[in-house]
Design a protein around this ligand. Sequence first.
Ligand SMILES: *Cc1c(COP(=O)(O)O)cnc(C)c1O
Length: 737
Amino acid sequence: MNIIAIMNDVTAYFKEEALRELHEELEKEGFRIAYPQGKADLLKLIENNARLCGVIFDWDTFSLELCADISKLNKRMPVYAFANNYSSLDVRLSDLQLNVRFFEYALGTAGDIAVKIRQSTDHYIDTILPPLTKALFKYVKEEKYTFCTPGHMGGTAFQKSPVGTLFYDFYGENTMRSDISISVTELGSLLDHSGPHREAEEYIARTFNAERSYIVTNGTSTANKIVGMYSSPAGATILIDRNCHKSLTHLMMMSNVIPIYFRPTRNAYGILGGIPKQEFTRESIEERVKNTPNATWPVHAVITNSTYDGLLYNTDYIKNTLEVKSIHFDSAWVPYTNFSPIYKGLCGMSGDRVPGKVIYETQSTHKLLAAFSQASMIHVKGDFNEETFNEAYMMHTSTSPHYGIVASAEMSAAMMRGVTGQRLINDSIDGAIRFRKEIRHLKAESEGWFFDVWQPDSIDDLECWPLNPRNKWHGFADMDENHMYLDPIKVTLLTPGLSPDGALETSGIPASIVSKYLDEHGIIVEKTGPYNLLFLFSIGIDKTKALSLLRALTDFKRVYDLNLKVQNVLPSLYNEAPDFYKNMRIQDLAQGIHDLTVQHNLPDLMYRAFEVLPEMVMTPHDAFQEEVRGNVESCELDDLLGKVNANMILPYPPGVPVVMPGERLTEESLPVLSFLQMLCEIGEHYPGFETDIHGLHRNEETGKYEAMVLLDSVVHSDSKPSDTVKKHAGKKAVSGE
Ligand SMILES: *Cc1c(COP(=O)(O)O)cnc(C)c1O
């Protein structure tokens, strides 16, 4: 942060000689100087160069108006006004928080002025740095010497080894020196929530509109387990989104709770429409409790908000309707919702507390804000026991957290504050909307086919677009009014082959082919469905990235229309099976996979596979206990009917578990099996297109897919969830005597 802008108009004030003197003195203080040509140029510079830390201008030329404009871009930017004439000082200046300093120039005072500008800049840096990061920077700058862990001692150890120096040079000095031990007392403690760490949490809570926030250093995977461990004692019943992240399945394997699953809808594209309103009502829950063996009234609920396809819930409805003590919104994908008004009422921390309930929101800071991997946050609103909560927190937190991750979480909060933060989020929303419009424009101009975007017909209103029951574009049959909203930042592209009502067309281009093509060109797609691709416009996406994506999509259309050979279009795929792909052309490949999809009626099968949940024979916890006791065996996919699964089975796409640990596939849930068989079959026909199915593995000898199931001997025909836990508890008591 070292650039000072001198408005060219100060030449009216300065003689050339004096200006040169000021320039040189500022350089001595370590600044670089830019000379914007007029106001528009300056404002562009502020917008595009975050290292700018001061503006020098002539008060008599610019005065208040310029200050107001600068303040719109950065309220805290230091500005330095040279004035002959203070009498025209405008009282409205005090309405601006802007840090204005007045100077009068006389020959030989340039050195003095430069020193004062250095001081103001240091003060500016001091005001924008958040507390923990500031303390960490200070500590590292003071070069304190410690005799504790980590063993590399600020990087010294690496430099004593030839290979170690390579590592040191790659990461650099500050990475080494800021990796310090938790025993440095002046930085406080993450686990005790003390000192600058505590201040960081408070700073984050203020920034994210929470009452209490926690920094988590092992991702939202861990944040989810912490919240779950605290909120649901063993034996309790919880409501949980069937479309939950696997960390929540792991929570249920660790803590013996009885799940009742919320069932999100799907459309023909395989896009999840969210949990219908009805499922949150007292009547619906009463019914589910009655039909779930050993279940009691649920104490806690977990909802994935947003869904993987970028749909956000009307969270006010859920908070007010759902009759449970605590509600956890897993918002791993949307850590930015507090920074734009378009997300109001659609996220966990939006609005005030809800009497009698605790609201949690977990966010993967690293996913869509600027933080290191694993940086995550828990936000809380409502009364909870901090001491007990902290036991759950510490249970999942290393006693040697990486300060870089912690500071980066705090930094992401600092970046999102104020007008500079709003600008970041607005730019990514604008970028996404421009991209959406450009795709529509290209489609209209295009000869023949082109990609489409999954969005309302008009996207002119800057908002999260509602999925209203009367609109057809979203392809959901029974959408609730004012319930689900599409986040503009999450862009789903559609490939030809499937119409919104679920009908398969005679020809089509499966999205997996486009995804492979983009991969060849260095563009990684977030999620690939049968005929859709998801892209995220995070704050790190700039115009050039969006342009290269557009370019790659139009290139794909060109090579597809030219019907080039697979060998040329998808060389990596070709190399996986040269004999198979020899002479095959791209249209043959697309049509071949499309025909298989048609033959199996994939959209219908996918829809039905999630319609009926398999039977829960025991809780995920009990099933896992049997697994660790070794009471499991492999079972071929075709023989899975009637078996109790040990592990979760989760195909990508759509990334929703079809079978949970402890669940049994029955005649009723047969579509689940057919769906899995079809996914495996498509993979067998086309090398390189194997579906990624967590929980199934391929037997090297037979080439068949297998799952891990519980031995029949540990599954009793009349087993009920959590019966096994009672049984084993009984055994223990006997053996203990
Ligand atoms: C990614 C994700 C998580 C896990 O977050 P990490 O930060 O990767 O540990 C949890 N829930 C959802 C919905 C996710 O998408």
